[in-house]
Ligand binder design. Structure first.
Ligand code: IPE
Ligand code: IPE
Ligand code: MG
Length: 253
């Protein structure tokens, strides 16, 4: 389904959720997604990889609407990794421009839907100034919004995030005893972000690829064969239903 413009998304009623096989009282608070398989989706259709990214952008906003309908409070997606700079120059260039266009194109729609936009990642010299400006503008525009926090991991790597946290802790002069799990959490990019309950990866790959290393310690993982451009809100419904039958024990009994 195409992303509809100018529509405030209403959360589904308890009855509608039950019809989808979803328990309204056990909605994951934070869902994180590794949107993978854009290139292969395109290759299968003899299209350029860029076409896969374009279609992936539509899938992303379908996913955002689906998450709003389900009443998910935090949605985080992997947009560009610290390792993605190693792709061919023209693909990197495309992805950077594409991310910028996406932010500019979608920020008002997200704002209308009461979505708060956030970014996590390293703000280094490789990111063009204009893109950083657009990221800040989107953040600023939507900072009071309450329906859902939508975080894009851009130039994000879990290891880089931990290095940045340890560097900042050292710069702040923390003593060894002050370094606790809680403290490390406070030095990560998304300071207020709860840990993801569910991490979904599309495209059949079963790895984390440096996503949310610290935060995923007790996340549930769901690996789907679907390529990201084929992801729909129905895929999200099924993922949440699957999540709800998992038994989370956190090391206890
Ligand atoms: C995910 O799709 C998008 C990004 C990593 C930016 P890919 O571009 O990784 O697609 P595949 O994995 O090569 O099919
Ligand atoms: C992970 O996908 C990064 C994003 C989805 C942005 P990759 O396609 O870069 O991961 P690998 O290379 O298959 O591990
Ligand atoms: Mg990939």
């Amino acid at each position: 389904m195409r992303y509809r413009q100018g529509v405030t998304v209403q959360p589904l009623s308890a009855t509608s959720l039950k019809k989808l096989g979803i328990d309204p009282n056990a909605i994951p608070q934070h869902v994180a997604v590794i949107m993978d398989g854009n290139g292969r989706w395109a290759q299968q259709r003899n299209l350029p990889r860029t076409e896969g990214h374009l279609r992936g952008e539509e899938a992303l906003f379908e996913c955002v609407e689906g998450a709003l309908e389900l009443g998910i409070s935090w949605l985080t997606v992997f947009g560009f990794s610290t390792e993605n700079w190693n792709r061919p120059k023209n693909e990197v260039q495309f992805l950077i421009n594409f991310n910028r266009q996406t932010i500019r194109k979608r920020r008002d729609e997200l704002h209308e839907r009461n979505v708060k936009i956030e970014f996590i990642g390293r703000e280094d010299w490789r990111i063009p100034k204009g893109l950083l400006q657009d990221m800040n503008d989107a953040r600023e525009l939507t900072k009071q919004n309450k329906a859902m926090t939508f975080t894009v991991a851009f130039n994000y790597g879990g290891r880089a995030e931990l290095i940045d946290a340890f560097r900042a802790m050292t710069a702040d002069g923390l003593s060894p005893k002050q370094i606790t799990e809680k403290k490390i959490g406070q030095y990560l990019y998304g300071k207020k972000m709860p840990e993801p309950d569910l991490i979904i990866r599309t495209s059949g790959e079963q790895r984390l690829s440096n996503f949310l290393l610290w935060q995923s310690a007790y996340s549930e993982f769901l690996f789907l064969d679907t390529f990201w451009p084929d992801f729909t809100r129905t895929t999200l419904h099924k993922a949440v239903a699957e999540y709800q039958i998992r038994s989370r024990r956190f090391g206890a009994l």
